[in-house]
Design a protein around this ligand. Structure first.
Ligand SMILES: NC(=O)c1ccc[n+]([C@@H]2O[C@H](COP(=O)([O-])OP(=O)(O)OC[C@H]3O[C@@H](n4cnc5c(N)ncnc54)[C@H](OP(=O)(O)O)[C@@H]3O)[C@@H](O)[C@H]2O)c1
Length: 238
């Protein structure tokens, strides 16, 4: 298992769900963890539950927020962004500003984050983004989620070349019982999970640990860059 003793790990979107699970694993592996969230109180509250962590305000759609958070943190070794702003509607119902925000959260924000990290991350550092299986399974009503996640897979190949030898990769989850679906009516959530289980070769939905294992592996995978790691139980191959 990768040891992160002496390393600092920034997790954007780290106050809840998959981001918090990633921050928790980094803390368990010995890192100093910085949780970035739009609301600094959320970040600080999540950090308070960890061994060695702090919370910072970081809105990935706002370059000045990115710049000031990176400057305040100072040294950072590994950065993970789970930020997402989905706009799941039929193409006939698209709203311009929500499309822009979706791209800002997943694509434009990470590009500007790369701009500010390029001179800060050490050569042994890494930058991990989040894609998602919707990119490879086109479905009416999910185009923006699919297109933004597809753009992430492309972005990491380019950013890996730009930031080399700093490694840049993406993790692409399938349907994960991460907490993000807990706000749905129970019957809808159950139906989603049954459908996702049937559409995965693994025959089940994913757990937060399935995804965190991939992120933690990437922290130590010194010869892996520009890749998208699919953690979706084989859903693209069903
Ligand atoms: N869970 C799944 O089934 C699944 C499947 C495929 C892909 N994924 C991807 O995996 C990632 C994590 O999933 P999740 O289930 O943990 O998603 P989530 O519950 O939607 O969490 C997304 C995180 O992004 C943060 N965020 C949103 N806008 C932000 C902004 N402008 N600046 C900074 N942070 C922002 C949110 O924080 P606040 O709202 O607190 O600010 C939240 O912590 C996402 O990128 C998602 O698209 C998940």
């Amino acid at each position: 298992m990768t040891t992160l003793d002496g390393a600092t790990v920034l997790v954007i979107g780290g106050a809840k769900n998959l981001g918090l699970a990633i921050a928790t694993r980094a803390d368990e592996l010995g890192a100093h963890v910085v949780i970035g969230a739009r609301e600094v109180d959320d970040a600080r509250q999540a950090a308070a539950g960890l061994r060695d962590a702090q919370g910072v305000a970081l809105d990935i759609t706002d370059e000045s927020s990115i710049a000031s958070a990176i400057s305040d943190i100072g040294r950072v070794d590994h950065v993970v962004s789970t930020a997402a702003a989905h706009h799941n509607v039929a193409v006939t119902d698209l709203e311009h500003d929500r499309v822009v925000t979706a791209f800002e959260a997943k694509v434009i924000g990470p590009l500007l984050l790369a701009k500010h990290l390029a001179t800060v991350l050490p050569e042994s550092g890494s930058f991990t983004l989040f894609s998602g299986v919707a990119a490879w399974n086109p479905s009416p009503g999910l185009s923006i989620m699919g297109i933004t996640n597809g753009a992430v897979a492309s972005a990491v190949t380019h950013l890996a070349a730009e930031l080399a030898p700093i490694r840049v990769n993406a993790v692409s989850p399938g349907i994960i019982d991460s907490g993000t679906w807990d706000g749905m009516p129970e019957a809808d959530r159950d139906a989603l999970f049954v459908n996702a289980s049937q559409n995965a070769l693994a025959g089940r939905v994913g757990t937060a640990a399935d995804v965190v294992d991939a992120v933690a592996w990437l922290w130590g995978a010194g010869y892996v860059s520009g890749e998208t790691i699919h953690v979706e139980g084989g859903a693209r191959h069903h």
